[in-house]
Design a protein around this ligand. Structure first.
Ligand SMILES: Nc1ncnc2c1ncn2[C@@H]1O[C@H](COP(=O)(O)OP(=O)(O)OP(=O)(O)O)[C@@H](O)[C@H]1O
Length: 256
């Protein structure tokens, strides 16, 4: 079954009309307990894009991810991935479908080596030769990790650790990666490096990214498109460049 998972995730995935978005949220309403937090969110990600979700604290950015990743049930609306309704799928099934998530909090095992942490990205796969091949491919994408493959992950710098998390999420060959605040804990220069890494992966491996970021300016600078979420709805959308140039967005979120 796991072989089929890998086969399913390799290559370009199901045939999708290029005009169709890879991921689409339509009128999504979701929340916690008796309260709605998202009041009809519409959002699209096209194949090969980097798309950023930005907005003030508590506006619902993480809730959008939870709704996509099946961590909360949506009350109204639709979530589709490559034309398939995925609203009722949980994280394991979404991973099989080709979407991986890199959470905000580190999930690296500090007393294990870089290599062993990467192995965990395919821990259910018994074919060791396949796992090794995949790790070698990933280490080729991340030369700094390759140099440190035997080093304990707990001794990595913040940026290297983030790279390891991204690398591990690539083990099952997802076509799309959701990243929740990838710049948390990183200095401005490491944030810049990390975003450049996403752009490299977008080009080298054709990965599509949907990224939530507090650091709105840095995220929009490298994003093809962005969505500003305010009080549970999309208030602005456009190319990263257009949002960076929008007076209201600048005043509200980017510090003038
Ligand atoms: N498990 C939960 N139970 C109840 N309310 C929650 C829960 N998780 C989030 N909320 C509330 O939902 C609202 C949106 O939270 P969310 O985490 O989506 O915002 P965010 O835009 O990601 O914020 P931040 O930038 O601060 O991380 C907040 O008012 C928050 O308190």
């Amino acid at each position: 079954m796991l072989t089929s998972v890998l086969e399913g995730n390799s290559g370009s995935g199901p045939a999708v009309d290029d005009d169709e978005p890879m991921l689409a949220l339509r009128g999504v309403v979701a929340g916690y307990g008796g309260f709605d937090i998202l009041h009809g969110v519409n959002l699209e990600v096209r194949k090969g894009e980097i798309v950023a979700i930005v907005g003030p604290n508590g506006s619902g950015k993480s809730t959008v991810f939870k709704a996509i990743y099946g961590l909360i049930k949506i009350r109204l609306g639709e979530v589709s991935f490559e034309g398939q309704d995925v609203a009722s799928l949980g994280p394991q099934d979404l991973l099989k479908a080709g979407i991986a998530m890199v959470p905000q909090l580190s999930t690296i095992f500090p007393s294990m080596s870089v290599y062993e942490n990467l192995e965990l990205g395919m821990y259910l796969v018994r074919d060791k030769a396949l796992v090794k091949r995949r790790i070698d491919e990933i280490l080729e994408l991340f030369p700094r990790l390759a140099e440190r493959r035997a080093q304990n992950a707990g001794t990595l710098s913040g940026g290297e650790r983030r790279a390891l998390e991204i690398g591990r999420s690539l083990m099952l060959k997802p076509r799309m990666i959701l990243m929740d605040e990838p710049s948390v804990g990183l200095s401005p220069i490491l944030t810049k490096n990390m975003f450049e890494q996403l752009q490299d992966l977008q080009k080298a491996a054709g990965i599509t990214f949907l990224v939530i970021e507090q650091n709105a300016r840095s995220a929009l600078e490298i994003s093809d498109r962005g969505y500003v979420i305010q009080r549970g709805v999309v208030s602005h959308t456009g190319t990263g460049r257009a949002l960076l140039g929008d007076d209201e967005v600048r005043r509200s979120f980017l510090g003038g």
